[in-house]
Design a binder for this molecule. Structure first.
Ligand SMILES: [Fe+2]
Length: 206
């Protein structure tokens, strides 16, 4: 499995992940600068299977249609509720616990509401965790935007993220931290939003 982390917009990350044996690829969160991802896909002669949207915000999804038009056999993947807000047709709607195959790579989907009602995180081959705007390096996503919910975010972090294995590499949707990615185990020990013991403590984090 190869993960290409691509800086787009001001501080967003898009990702291209591919299986080097079968050359099948997925792009995650094509918010801006779609040509960067398209050039990478073309330079490696990859077959783009999926365009995966962690949540509907435009900085994660606005170039989705453009990529689909360039590579029309690719399938747009999103959760039901966030997919409905994209303004384009979703080809594959994913729910909590769903799995898709990308060549030899397994993509496991977690529904992680809090930043948006239908935000998702994706475990890639039990090696990486793409977190969109649910978890950043050192922080979590905002809950004060429309659809955001502080108690849902706390529940997501406690019940969906913390139980995951420490070895996973967290790849966030923004370059907000001291490093572009990190082991989940390190984040469990250092990320203030994962260290909060209860909702009261969580709600007081600046
Ligand atoms: Fe967002």
């Amino acid at each position: 499995m190869v993960i290409e982390q691509i800086k787009v917009g001001l501080d967003n990350f898009s990702y291209v992940i591919y299986c080097p044996k079968q050359m099948k690829a997925a792009i995650f969160d094509p918010g801006y600068d779609a040509p960067k991802a398209l050039e990478f896909i073309s330079s490696k002669d990859l077959d783009l299977k999926y365009i995966i949207i962690t949540h509907y915000h435009s900085d994660h999804s606005s170039d989705c249609q453009r990529i689909k038009e360039c590579l029309p056999s690719s399938k747009i993947v999103a959760s039901e509720s966030d997919g409905a807000k994209l303004g384009i047709a979703v080809d594959i709607t994913v729910s909590d616990g769903d799995r898709l195959k990308l060549g030899n790579i397994e993509l496991d989907f977690l529904l992680t509401p809090g930043h948006t009602p239908g935000g998702i995180c994706i475990i890639v081959n039990n090696e990486a965790l793409l977190t969109g705007d649910t978890l950043f390096i050192g922080d979590c996503g905002r809950t004060d935007l429309p659809g955001g919910n502080l108690s849902q975010m706390f529940q997501t972090l406690q019940e969906k993220i913390i139980p995951l294995p420490d070895h996973l590499l967290v790849y966030p949707g923004h370059n907000y931290g001291s490093k572009p990615y990190d082991r989940l185990g390190n984040q469990k020990r250092s990320n203030k939003t994962l260290l909060a013991k209860n909702i009261n403590e969580f709600s007081k984090i600046p």
